[in-house]
Write a protein that binds this ligand. Structure first.
Ligand code: UD1
Length: 370
């Protein structure tokens, strides 16, 4: 029986990979191993989300933790290579664009183990983003590239990636959302936070470009405090952002302005807040997509996005680089029609599993050519 290793490391990986592991498992064709690199390790950033998703208990935990990008990527490369040498898998499946994604793909590729990349082909064309570097390099190393929007296929074609490696399957993160949406909505977490349905702003900000520079962080705090004067603001604070706010002595100012600075939430509690929000303000990639699937207006504090389909066929608006734009936003309570993006239908992981099963074909192996 061929062995498939699923490599996950950071919060969004669990959400994208859970339905893929389940769907590949249903084929009954493979021995499956789940490796958690430990890039995210807090109860709230990892364990709670894993529980909410019913994610399988990882077979290996590499305990990589935090560090500089080079350290995190380098330590993962070394530790994951050891797992590959012991387990000798026939395929490694990675997802998204975090450091664990690149490190595990590189370790596999160097040992001649084929890589399948879920969420291929997204491009912001902003090389200063660590995620853009991770995406481009992971795609170059992959034999099976699973995409969720036509622009992703175009990007890969423009980079000379052979069309037969690319499979347009849809969005596995939305599979998870559809599976758990009803359960999440029933939690009504917003009610316990003093917010009215469709009348509050849900805010998440964690990108280095927004939170790592003190002057910019202060401008964001100014804008959120201003927003908080007329709108209930719920702000689950990522550990990176909390550390920067504490260092700049700005947490207190947000709280005094009535902004609810929450701990990171589990998947179901967070989806509960997303689904009933009047608007979302974010710099996350995943939230742009989840907002589109839920029909909630989303304002993205970035000059670009690797997910243009969320603008063209979703609910996303880029508000650019100036945090002051946040202050004048208002929750609309408007809901757009059900998600219009093709193949974001809750069945993407089944299509991934079909392709993986077919790719092993009669020879029982995927040829590597990268
Ligand atoms: C990573 C991803 C980003 C993704 C995000 C989702 C990369 C390059 N970035 O960013 O694309 O959107 O995850 O959350 O991989 N920390 C904790 N506990 C944890 C994890 C992190 O306290 O469980 C703190 C550490 O101080 C760490 C900081 O948060 O230095 C940032 O974590 P890190 O894994 O470096 O990247 P993220 O900002 O989370």
């Amino acid at each position: 029986m061929s062995t498939v290793v699923f490599a996950v490391g950071a919060r969004p990986n669990f959400v994208k990979m859970a339905p893929v592991i389940e769907a590949v498992g249903r084929t009954g064709l493979f021995r499956q191993l789940v490796v958690h690199t430990g890039q995210h390790y807090d109860e709230r950033m990892s364990a709670e989300i894993i529980d909410d998703l019913g994610f399988p208990k990882p077979d290996r935990f590499l305990g990589i933790g935090s560090g500089s990008h080079g350290e995190q990527t380098g330590f993962t490369l070394i530790a994951f290579e050891r797992v590959l040498l012991e387990e000798r898998p026939d395929l490694v499946v990675v997802s998204g664009d975090v450091n664990a994604t690149l490190a595990c793909s590189l370790a596999a590729s160097k040992l001649g183990v084929p890589v399948a990349h879920v969420e291929s082909g997204l491009r912001s064309r902003d090389w200063s983003m660590p995620e853009e570097q991770n995406r481009v390099l992971t795609d170059r190393l992959s034999e099976l590239l699973f995409t969720h929007s036509p622009d992703a296929n175009e990007n890969l074609a423009a980079e000379g990636i052979a069309a037969e490696k690319v499979h347009y399957v849809g969005n596995t993160m939305i599979d998870t959302l559809r599976r758990l949406e009803r359960q999440a909505r029933a939690r009504r977490i917003w009610a316990s936070l003093g917010a009215e349905e469709q009348d509050y702003a849900l805010v998440t900000l964690h990108r280095p470009s927004n939170v790592d520079h003190e002057e910019r962080l202060r401008a964001i705090v100014d804008a959120l405090a201003e927003l908080g004067r007329h709108t209930r603001v719920l702000f689950p604070v990522h550990p990176r952002t909390r550390a920067r706010l504490a260092a700049a002595d700005e947490l207190g100012r947000l709280e005094r302005a009535g902004v609810a600075c929450l701990e990171p939430l589990g998947y179901l509690d967070f989806l509960s807040l997303e689904s009933a929000a009047g608007m979302i303000v974010t710099d996350s990639g995943g939230l742009q997509e989840e907002a589109a699937a839920l029909g909630v207006p989303c304002y993205t504090l970035r000059p670009n996005t690797e997910r243009p389909i969320t603008i063209v066929q979703g609910t996303n608006t880029l508000i650019g680089d100036d945090p002051a734009a946040i202050a004048s936003l208002r929750p609309t309570g408007e809901r757009s029609a059900p998600c219009a993006i093709p193949l974001w239908d809750g069945r993407a992981a089944e299509r991934v599993a079909d392709v993986i099963a077919q790719s092993f074909g009669s020879v029982g192996a995927i040829a590597t050519s990268a």
